[in-house]
Design a protein around this ligand. Structure first.
Ligand SMILES: NC(=O)c1ccc[n+]([C@@H]2O[C@H](COP(=O)([O-])OP(=O)(O)OC[C@H]3O[C@@H](n4cnc5c(N)ncnc54)[C@H](O)[C@@H]3O)[C@@H](O)[C@H]2O)c1
Length: 251
C-alpha cells in the first residue's frame, strides 16, 4: 500500500492494534511517530522499526490533554517536517469500572469520554491546521462495534465510540474541500494481550456471537487502518469500516 515517505502519527502505538499499525506503516515505507503514555513500550516499537531500517520517533503523550497533543504534533513536525497520516488508536474501556448504568457515576463517563472521544478530538485538533494548509491528510479513527450496536454494562464506552463515528463523518464533510480523508474503523473483539488475558469463559461467550467463530488479530485491524491511510483509499471518506468477523450481522 502506498504510504512511502509519508509521516504518520500513531496514538496507542506501544501495544495492541496501534503497535501493529505502526509496524505495518513502517514496513510500507512511512516514517512513524509512536505516541503513547507508555514510553517504554513506544521506545521498544520505535527500536524495532529502526532495526528494520525504518524511521521512528517515540513520544510520551497523554492524549486526553490538548496541550500535550499540541506539543506532540510540534515534536513530530520538528523531527519529520510534515504529518500526512493521523491514526487515532489509543483508547479502550475500563474493565474494572464496568457495570450497570443504574449504578454508574460520572467518574466512569469522564474516563471513557476523555480517553476515547476527547483523545481523538485533541490529536485531530493538533494536526488539522497543518493538514489543511498542505491540502493533504489521512485521519483514521478507531471506534468499536459497541459504538454501532451498543453494549450493556459499558454504555459510557459505547457512547464515546458512537461519538467517534459521528465525529468522523462530520470531519469528513468539513475537511473534504482540503483534500483530507477522514475514516473510521470499528473492530469487534481483537486478540490483543489485554483481551487474551481475559477469563476463557467470558472470551468464549463473545466468540459465540462472531460468525467467523474467532476474535480478530491486531494485524487484521491494522491492515484496514493502513489501507485507509494509503493512496489506494483515495476515494474513501466518511466511512466506518467494520472489521468484526460478522458480529454486527447478528444484531
Ligand atoms: N482489542 C479489542 O477487542 C478492541 C475492540 C474494539 C475496539 N478497540 C479499540 O481499539 C483501540 C486499541 O485497542 P487495543 O485493544 O489495541 O488496546 P491496548 O490496550 O492494547 O492499547 C492501547 C494503548 O493506548 C495507550 N493509552 C491509553 N491511554 C492513553 C492516553 N491517555 N494517552 C496516550 N496513550 C494512551 C496504552 O498505553 C496502550 O499502549 C482502542 O481505541 C480500543 O477501544 C479494541
Amino acid at each position: 500500500m502506498n504510504v512511502k515517505g509519508w509521516v504518520a502519527i500513531v496514538t496507542g502505538g506501544a501495544s495492541g492494534i496501534g503497535r501493529e499499525t505502526a509496524s505495518r506503516l513502517a514496513r510500507e515505507g512511512a516514517k512513524v511517530a509512536i505516541v503513547d503514555l507508555n514510553i517504554d513500550g513506544a521506545n521498544k516499537v520505535a527500536e524495532e522499526i529502526r532495526a528494520l531500517g525504518g524511521e521512528a520517533l517515540a513520544l510520551r503523550t497523554d492524549i486526553t490533554n490538548l496541550d500535550e497533543a499540541h506539543k506532540m504534533a510540534k515534536a513530530v513536525l520538528d523531527k519529520f517536517g510534515q504529518v500526512d497520516i493521523l491514526a487515532n488508536i489509543a483508547g479502550g474501556a475500563f474493565p474494572s469500572k464496568m457495570g450497570s448504568f443504574a449504578q454508574s457515576n460520572r467518574e466512569t463517563w469522564d474516563l471513557n469520554i476523555n480517553l476515547n472521544l476527547f483523545g481523538t478530538f485533541n490529536c485531530t485538533r493538533a494536526v488539522v491546521n497543518h493538514m489543511m494548509e498542505r491540502k493533504k491528510g489521512k485521519i483514521i479513527n478507531i471506534a468499536s462495534v459497541a459504538g454501532i450496536v451498543g453494549q450493556a454494562t459499558t454504555a459510557d464506552y459505547a457512547a464515546a465510540k458512537g461519538g467517534i463515528i459521528a465525529f468522523t463523518k462530520s470531519m469528513a464533510k468539513e475537511l473534504a474541500p482540503y483534500g483530507i480523508n477522514v475514516n473510521c474503523v470499528s473492530p469487534a473483539m481483537t486478540g490483543t494481550e489485554r483481551v487474551r488475558s481475559m477469563p476463557k469463559d467470558f472470551l468464549q461467550k463473545q466468540i459465540d456471537y462472531i460468525h467467523l467463530h474467532r476474535y480478530g488479530e491486531p494485524e487484521e485491524i491494522a491492515n484496514v487502518v493502513v489501507f485507509l491511510a494509503s493512496d489506494e483509499a483515495s476515494f474513501v471518506t466518511g466511512a466506518n469500516y467494520v472489521a468484526d468477523g460478522g458480529i454486527t450481522l447478528s444484531y
